[in-house]
Design a protein around this ligand. Structure first.
Ligand code: AMP
Ligand code: MG
Length: 491
């Protein structure tokens, strides 16, 4: 029995300039190191067959499954603010689309599967470290309830890739609602190809924003939809301390999923200026800049859509600006509601924003761990004991002043302590993919071919809101000598 993928290929049916047809490059000796069995089932695939040697060959790009129509997608993008008219999938190949158990169309893409016509200098390959990082962090984001691409499998290729040193090569099988990016629109807009922009917009509407098709002005509704989802997404990132690291327009998904996990990382100590990425020298993509950058990226999308809005350019710009203007309110609403949930507030009162901001300011000044402060506050909400939250602050007196105000504020609400505790524990995770843990897992895999730490970390992160006493140490921030201050793209 061979594994059967019920592929459809709607993107490959678009005009020829949307992509390049290219097969993955076979590799020496693929070995499956991880298969996401629940996700396979969700996609209607047989996990037992995917786990066979033949399944591993497919997941490594050594064998192209029946029904696939492999393509590398064309896209452009602003990288750190600089426009690059042609990027495209330089190390990724879309095999096709399947309809999942919920009726959602999902791309199945191999990342690291060899060169494509869009690989300009790179080798089209991926090293094991970045593959494991993306696997861990994307699945952690999913467990945290944040829209994201998923990871179906990781294989090592049996070949080395040349980076600063020789590293084991690997292929990630990525699953996404689609791989259409802001940069995909820019590809056509930059060529003055308004028909291309329109066909892409129609495809994106059918796939991600079916209600927009019924709207009076579908293309305006498309932009509105993307603005709403990005505003919500970035609010969710901030609420868990996630820093994407490379919010280029080519890494900004039209579907509203988190995509392209490169030098991404979660903050330990709260500091709004936190940057991990080695290439982000100016801090363009720092933690607190992410909402502003999302809007900047959406503005680039709006520019691409102008010709579809109106033949009258001034009118089109005015309409685009109106829609972009909704970002701030949508973001603020999602962000504010998120903080209320994190602090166990069920209603809104004047002064709540200051309550949140004063806590954050105190955390920043007192090296408080972002995740643990909120988790410990949640625990303490059940028994009126704030000692463990207090312990996160270098100067606990600062926390005490704030805690008095918070205790007074929650006393205004009718919910019981147990109810508040349960609600807070459901939104304030105990476990995030802490950088030092991710690095340790990668080192064990790359240096010792040991995947036990990887498996254990995935297990812990699959239930981020449960205490899991056996794994309590995974909730701890790094010791000073374990701190990881920089992350790398690894491409
Ligand atoms: P990313 O880091 O994923 O945002 O990639 C930026 C651009 O570089 C995209 O066009 C990628 O396809 C391309 N790229 C990244 N790594 C490689 C590689 N190893 N080989 C070829 N192209 C690559
Ligand atoms: Mg990218």
């Amino acid at each position: 029995m061979t594994v059967h993928f019920p592929f459809q290929n709607t993107y490959a049916a678009l005009p020829a300039n949307f992509f390049a047809r290219v097969a993955p490059t076979p590799v020496a000796s693929p070995r499956l190191i991880k298969l996401n069995r629940p996700l396979a089932v969700q996609l209607g695939l047989d996990p037992d067959l995917l786990a066979t040697p033949e399944g591993a060959e497919i997941l490594a790009g050594k064998r192209v499954p029946d029904g696939a129509d492999p393509i590398a997608m064309a896209y452009a993008g602003h990288q750190f603010g600089q426009f690059v008219p042609q990027l495209g999938d330089g190390r990724a190949i879309l095999l096709g689309e399947v309809i999942d158990k919920d009726g959602v169309r999902r791309d199945i893409q191999l990342k690291g599967s060899g060169p494509t016509p869009f690989s300009r200098r790179g080798d089209g390959r991926a090293a094991l470290g970045p593959v494991l990082r993306e696997y861990i962090v994307s699945e952690a984001m999913f467990a945290l309830g944040i829209p994201t691409t998923r990871s179906l499998a990781a294989v090592i290729t049996g070949e080395n890739v040349m980076r600063e040193t020789m590293l084991p090569g690997a292929v990630l099988t990525r699953v996404a609602a689609s791989h259409i990016r802001v940069g995909t629109f820019q590809f056509f807009a930059a060529r003055g190809d308004t028909d291309g922009v329109r066909q892409l917009a129609d495809h994106a509407i059918a796939r991600h924003y079916p209600d927009a098709a019924k709207a009076e002005r579908p293309y305006h509704a498309l932009l509105q939809g993307v603005v709403a989802r990005q505003a919500d997404l970035v609010a969710r990132w901030l609420l868990v301390g996630f820093i994407h690291g490379v919010m280029n327009t080519d890494n900004c998904s039209i579907s509203g999923e988190t995509i392209d996990y490169g030098p991404c990382a979660f903050m330990d100590d709260y500091n709004p200026a936190t940057v991990f990425s080695s290439i982000d020298e100016q801090g363009r993509y720092a933690y607190a800049n992410q909402p502003r950058i999302a809007l900047w990226n959406l503005t680039r999308l709006a520019e691409c859509l102008l010709p579809l809005f109106s033949d009258d350019k001034d009118k089109a710009i005015e309409q685009a600006q109106f829609i972009l203007g909704e970002f701030a309110e949508k973001f603020t609403t999602a962000f504010g509601a998120g903080w209320h949930r994190k602090l166990g507030l069920f209603t809104t009162q004047d002064g709540d924003d200051a309550l949140v901001q004063d806590l954050l300011d105190a955390m920043a000044k007192n090296d408080a761990d972002f995740t643990l402060t909120f988790r410990r506050l949640s625990d303490g909400a059940g028994n009126a004991d704030d000692d463990s939250a207090r312990a996160q602050f270098t100067d606990p007196a600062v926390f005490d002043e704030w805690a008095v105000r918070w205790r007074q504020r929650i006393a205004d609400e009718p919910q019981s302590a147990a109810e508040r505790q349960a609600a807070m524990r459901a939104v304030n995770p105990a476990f995030i993919p802490r950088n030092h843990r991710v690095e340790a897992v990668i080192q064990a895999a790359v240096n010792n071919d040991d995947y036990a730490p990887f498996e254990e970390l995935l297990t812990v992160l699959s239930k981020p809101f449960e205490d899991q006493p056996a794994f309590a140490a995974y909730a701890d921030p790094p010791m000073p000598d374990e701190r990881v201050l920089q992350t790398f793209c690894g491409t």
